[in-house]
Write a protein that binds this ligand. Structure first.
Ligand code: FES
Length: 150
């Protein structure tokens, strides 16, 4: 005779583990399909994976790459780590923010911080729609602006 109590406990343990194991891939899939993880999806995810809403929300809010609102059309990820900061990163970032301010207000562009892109020797750096831009200066800012406001 099977031990139903033990089997139920084993199934629960498995589902709990699988639920945590599939949460990140599921969140990535939703963001890939919809551009963000809508807060309305949190209870649906929680129920599907047998997790609490707080657990799901906690994972979404912990990882900065997950968005809860639709993204801007263009994303500029600007490096704020030490090596880029030491290469005039802060005033260059201010100039970039000023140049793209109108486009950011219109939701066309968003500037997001990143902390090292692995290009430390040629900073300050950014990723513009996923493509690296190094040695950012005034001319590079104009090229970036032309690209993301076209
Ligand atoms: S510190 Fe900016 S790329 Fe490494």
């Amino acid at each position: 005779m099977a031990d139903l109590t033990a089997m139920t406990a084993a199934i629960d343990r498995y589902l709990a583990t699988a639920g945590r194991g599939v949460l990140l891939p599921l969140l990535h899939a939703l963001q890939e399909e919809f551009g963000h993880v809508d807060p309305a999806a949190v209870p649906l995810i929680a129920e599907a994976l047998n997790l609490s809403r707080a657990e799901v929300h906690g994972v979404i809010s912990f990882y900065h790459d997950f968005r809860s609102t639709p993204p801007a059309r263009h994303i500029v990820k600007y490096c704020r780590a030490e090596a880029c900061q030491a290469r005039r990163g802060e005033p260059i970032e201010a100039a970039l923010n000023a140049r793209l301010g109108a486009a950011m207000a219109g939701g066309q562009v968003a500037i997001e911080p990143v902390y090292c892109l692995g290009l430390c020797a040629i900073g300050p750096n950014a990723l513009v729609d996923g493509r690296p831009v190094a040695r950012i200066d005034a001319a590079a800012i104009e090229r970036i602006a032309a690209q993301v406001t076209a």
